[in-house]
Write a protein that binds this ligand. Structure first.
Ligand SMILES: [Zn+2]
Length: 398
């Protein structure tokens, strides 16, 4: 840690002092105290480490864990960067009322934000409890992850996991989630925009990289132009899913068996079973699974012009997952809007919809591939002017 109290009660930030000064303190065995537990701390410095305060080995202080050189270095760089803008920034601020310590604490006008540079993997429970802790005292939190968690798989695809997922779902902008990564050795910030879940371990995103010295804090949250690559990546995903062969325990395998018992083939399902749902509306169930279940138990039996109570559609979903497990409201309303725009249904009121045409399965894999092409390309590339205020998906124009 960088902060400690001197014998006279002064708050010292170590990096603000010269190496000479620090050497003298060490030589004179000056005494410093941890601002959290008030135990004695000592100065550590050397060629390979940023000078910092450290607890004695037998301490019981919750904030005594070694933070590692990577974290220490990044935290300091991020702090120095944040002090350049028109806001108040403090390093290592302890909030006794919630027993939490923020790496960096900033105030912009009335807004208070804890900035955490997270370089170790912690549980979802812990992340959520820390976010909630800050919230309870009126502080937003923003998490910047160590660059080692940024794993690129393709031009617009990245590896993901529960750890990253938790941060996406707790993103400061609910309808525009982002991920932030910082590399203290390159002094670069990477930001992922336009996040869409693809598979449980893969997501679609557009990556932007900024050298820290050229980046303005506010710019981090700007909505970037949509990447034109999405339809291409998406079609490939759907194709991969249709022909995927899975062992007896995979979710696709089980869905296949269920479909087979109902007289359907997974690879021939209509394109509306594979509609992308962006993170902010998504549920933790594979998108194709619940969309297929809806199709088979509802849409497939409808004739053109038939009406359905939207409440019934929700009930169908909850018959698969149980009420109270996942909240399908956002995912479902997003989905219904999209299939309305694709011309399959008419949403007539908040509770009633009407099918416009029968939705039938493809009869071969080739037909499905062609069908997906002609379904998804116009689906993503509708004219901007016409749909400007509509669903975010339609903003995917080149
Ligand atoms: Zn302490």
């Amino acid at each position: 840690m960088q902060r400690a109290m001197s014998k006279t009660g002064e708050s010292i930030l170590l990096f603000r002092h010269s190496q000479r000064e620090i050497a003298v303190w060490k030589e004179n065995k000056n005494i410093f105290y941890c601002p959290v537990c008030e135990e004695r701390v000592i100065i550590r410095s050397g060629e390979r480490v940023v000078p910092h305060f450290s607890h004695l080995p037998q301490t019981a202080c919750l904030f005594s864990g070694g933070e590692g050189a990577y974290h220490a270095r990044g935290k300091l760089q991020l702090f120095q960067w944040l002090t350049r803008f028109n806001m108040r920034a403090d390093l290592e601020v302890y909030f006794p009322e919630i027993s939490q310590s923020a790496d960096i604490f900033i105030c912009i006008g009335q807004k208070k934000i804890a900035v955490e540079f997270q370089c170790s993997r912690i549980s979802r429970k812990e992340i959520l409890s820390r976010i909630q802790g800050y919230k309870s005292i009126g502080i937003e939190s923003m998490w910047i992850l160590g660059a080692k968690y940024l794993k690129r798989k393709g031009a617009c695809t990245f590896q993901t996991n529960h750890f990253l997922d938790t941060f996406i779902h707790s993103s400061p902008q609910k309808d525009y989630p982002q991920l932030f990564f910082y590399d203290p050795f390159l002094s670069e910030m990477a930001v992922l925009h336009h996040l869409h879940p693809l598979q449980t371990s893969k997501l679609f995103a557009k990556q932007f990289i900024y050298p820290l010295h050229k980046l303005h804090f506010k710019h981090l949250f700007h909505k970037e132009k949509n990447p034109g690559k999405f339809p291409e990546v998406w079609l490939k995903e759907v194709q991969r899913l249709r022909i995927k062969v899975e062992g007896a325990y995979g979710s696709v395998y089980q869905l296949r068996r269920w479909l087979y018992s109902k007289g359907y083939l997974f690879q021939h399902l209509p394109s509306i079973c594979f509609i992308p749902i962006p993170y902010y509306a998504a549920v933790p169930v594979p998108f194709y699974k619940w969309q297929t279940e809806l199709y088979v138990t509802w849409l497939a039996d409808l004739k053109a012009g038939e009406r359905t109570d939207i409440g019934r559609v929700k009930k169908i979903l909850y018959s698969f997952y149980g009420k109270g497990t996942f909240d399908f409201s956002n995912a479902l309303s997003y989905y219904l809007q999209l299939i309305q725009r694709a011309g399959y249904i008419d949403i007539q009121s908040s509770s009633i919809l009407r099918t416009k045409k029968e939705i039938i399965c493809y009869s071969s894999l080739e037909q499905a591939a062609q069908g997906d092409q002609s379904f998804f390309y116009p689906f993503f590339t509708e004219k901007k002017a016409k749909y400007e205020h509509d669903s975010p998906l339609f903003r995917y124009t080149k």
